[in-house]
Structure formats: structure tokens, C-alpha cells
Design a protein around this ligand. Structure first.
Ligand code: BTN
Length: 247
């Protein structure tokens, strides 16, 4: 995982570069890393702020031999790997928020974006994008309440290459579990690691709709279950989860 490597000082998005490489036959494990991105992107059409020289911004080319139906679990598997890598390198405890947020002290320090190309239910490739906030000293005003960096949380400056190495190792480990054992192993591992999977008061935002409720576990396919305030259990297939403690 992480070789061959293509490094850029600046790109629009490492997702775009990795996509190009995948389409021209790049091997599994190929990674595109940038010092900064001018159009870094997150889930649901959001931007990913990519301050130069302080974060990790990379995309991996993966070629999992699985049906498209199994791909949502890949995001959970990568989240487990990224959290483990950050924990190893920074000696911190991370939390996970379904489906793709890695948290430090309740704020987001890393995010995962998986974009896939499938045909006839088979997966041709998956581009796994990871952004980690490492040495940022401040976050932009509009993100300061919800996002953080390892440095903001611990006061320590980190060697980004060491974090990158550990994060690759974590992803490699959980990618192996995903391929060998699938949802049966990844879903319980995610549920164990994430404080958000059960008994958290949350708002689920999906487009312009907001559903309030309490998280009620994951189904066997990794879909989040929400006990809504209206009194039914709703499977959450898309959208983002925000805490509403104290609201
Ligand atoms: C999210 O939390 O919404 C996902 C964020 C993913 C950000 C990374 S940074 C490297 C790669 N390139 C991008 O444009 N996005 C991903």
C-alpha cells in the first residue's frame, strides 16, 4: 500500500490524478500525494480545505475483487485503518463517526472519500481519498467548531511522513480484513471503535432534510440505524451525521 508513489507540490484534487492513473492501468496500491490541493473535495459535494505543508492529502488506487454491493463497507474499513494509523503515530485515541469521519476529542481530524467505478456489478477500481489534519495550528473560522488537527489537540508537531507510513499500514491491515472477511468482520470492528454507533443523539442531514434521533447500531451491511424522534427505526443509507448533544 503506497507504492508506486506520485508526489505533487499542488494538484486540483488527488482524486482526479488517481482516477487518471487508474484508468491508464495503475497497479493496486498506487498513491497520489499532494502538499496542497486547489480543489480538494469531500463527501456530499463539500470542499476539503488543504492548507499547504501541514496536512496529509492522498488518494490510493485499489482494485478490490468484490461486487459493487460490498463497497460501502470499504469506507468503514479505511476509517478503521486511518484511525489506527493516527493512534500509532500520535499516541492519541481516535473515535469514528459513521460513515467516514475520524475524530479527536469530538472534532474531525481526518476524512475518507471513496469513489468507485463498477461495471456489471463488478468493481473495476476504487479511489480511496484520505485527508488528515496534522500540523494545522488553527482551523478556518467556519470549521473551528467541528474540525481540528492532531497538533491542536495535543500541542505537538508531528512528522507527517511517520503518520503517512502508519496510516498506510492501518489501511493495508483493514483492507486485508475487508477482502478476506468482509462486512462480518468490519461491521463489528467499526461498532466497537465508534462511540456514534449507539445511543448518540444525532441529526442526520441529507440534502435539505434533517432527521433527529438516537443511533441504534449498524445492520449487518454496515448501514446505520436511527431510532427517529418520530418513533420508527430508519436505515441511513446516505447523508451526514452530526451530534445534537445539548441542543
Ligand atoms: C470527507 O470527510 O468528506 C472526505 C474528505 C476527503 C479528503 C481527501 S484529501 C485527499 C483526497 N483528495 C480530495 O480531493 N479529497 C480526498
Amino acid at each position: 500500500m503506497g507504492t508506486p508513489v506520485r508526489r505533487f507540490a499542488s494538484v486540483d484534487s488527488t482524486m482526479i490524478e488517481a482516477q487518471r492513473l487508474a484508468e491508464s492501468g495503475a497497479a493496486e496500491g498506487t498513491v497520489v500525494i499532494a502538499e496542497t490541493q486547489t480543489a480538494g473535495r469531500g463527501r456530499l459535494g463539500r470542499a476539503w480545505v488543504s492548507e499547504p505543508g501541514v496536512g496529509l492529502y492522498f488518494s490510493l488506487v485499489l482494485r478490490p475483487n468484490v461486487t459493487a454491493a460490498r463497497l460501502p463497507i470499504l469506507t468503514l474499513a479505511v476509517g478503521l485503518g486511518v484511525a489506527e494509523g493516527i493512534e500509532q503515530a500520535c499516541r492519541v485515541e481516535c473515535d469514528l463517526r459513521w460513515p467516514n469521519d475520524v475524530l479527536l476529542n469530538e472534532k474531525k481530524c481526518a476524512g475518507i472519500l471513496v469513489e468507485t467505478l463498477s461495471a456489471d456489478c463488478a468493481t473495476l477500481h476504487a479511489i480511496v481519498g484520505v485527508g488528515v489534519n496534522v500540523n494545522q495550528v488553527t482551523m478556518p473560522d467556519e470549521l473551528a467548531d467541528i474540525a481540528t488537527s492532531a497538533r491542536i489537540e495535543t500541542g505537538c508537531e508531528y512528522d507527517r511522513e511517520e503518520i503517512l507510513h502508519q496510516v498506510f499500514q492501518g489501511i493495508e491491515r483493514y483492507y486485508g480484513v475487508f477482502l478476506d472477511e468482509g462486512a462480518e468482520a468490519i461491521v463489528p470492528a467499526f461498532a466497537l471503535k465508534s462511540s456514534y454507533v449507539r445511543d448518540r443523539r444525532v441529526a442526520v442531514l441529507n440534502g435539505s432534510s434533517e432527521t433527529l434521533g438516537t443511533t441504534a447500531g449498524l445492520d449487518p451491511h454496515g448501514v446505520l440505524l436511527l431510532q427517529t424522534d418520530e418513533g420508527h427505526v430508519e436505515p441511513i443509507l446516505a447523508g451526514s451525521v452530526r451530534p445534537i448533544d445539548g441542543r
